[in-house]
Design a protein around this ligand. Structure first.
Ligand code: ZN
Length: 140
């Protein structure tokens, strides 16, 4: 088990522009604004998108792609370090026009219609992700 304790530094509310890639846009925002460690949440909608499922036996992400508008019913994640840069690990629940939900690891390719985010920025040094042999993932 690993854990880290922090005090709150500040909180940020913001939104992406229409057409922004959700993961790339949020990552770029954090890098531009000196957010190195924290927690992120967002709601909104995408024109198209996708989620990932980690197959822990094969150690690969299977991608589930949607070529339709979906609600970002919930996006949650954390911000820490990987290769010396801010790295976002987010999961998302996308809801279709009938409210059916699909969830998983937030992939590239979620194109925002709107994405309102809130970031809790923590004070201190971000934990750094390194390769974990037991899972095949980059973990703290
Ligand atoms: Zn994940």
């Amino acid at each position: 088990m690993q854990s880290f304790e922090y005090e709150l530094q500040r909180a940020i509310l913001g939104r992406l522009d229409r057409g922004d890639d959700v993961l790339d846009g949020l990552t770029a925002f954090c890098k531009r604004n000196g957010v190195e460690v924290g927690h992120i949440e967002a709601v909104g909608a995408v024109e198209r998108g996708g989620v990932g499922f980690y197959d822990h036996e094969a150690r690969v992400y299977h991608e589930i792609r949607f070529d339709e508008g979906m609600e970002i019913a919930s996006l949650v994640g954390n911000i820490s370090g990987r290769d010396g840069e801010a790295f976002l690990h987010c999961h998302v629940i996308l809801a279709d026009s009938e409210g059916r939900c699909f969830g998983g690891h937030l992939l590239d390719g979620n194109v925002a219609v709107a994405c309102e985010f809130s970031i809790t920025v923590l004070k201190g040094v971000a934990p750094e992700r390194t390769y974990d042999e037991a899972t095949g993932l980059a973990l703290w």
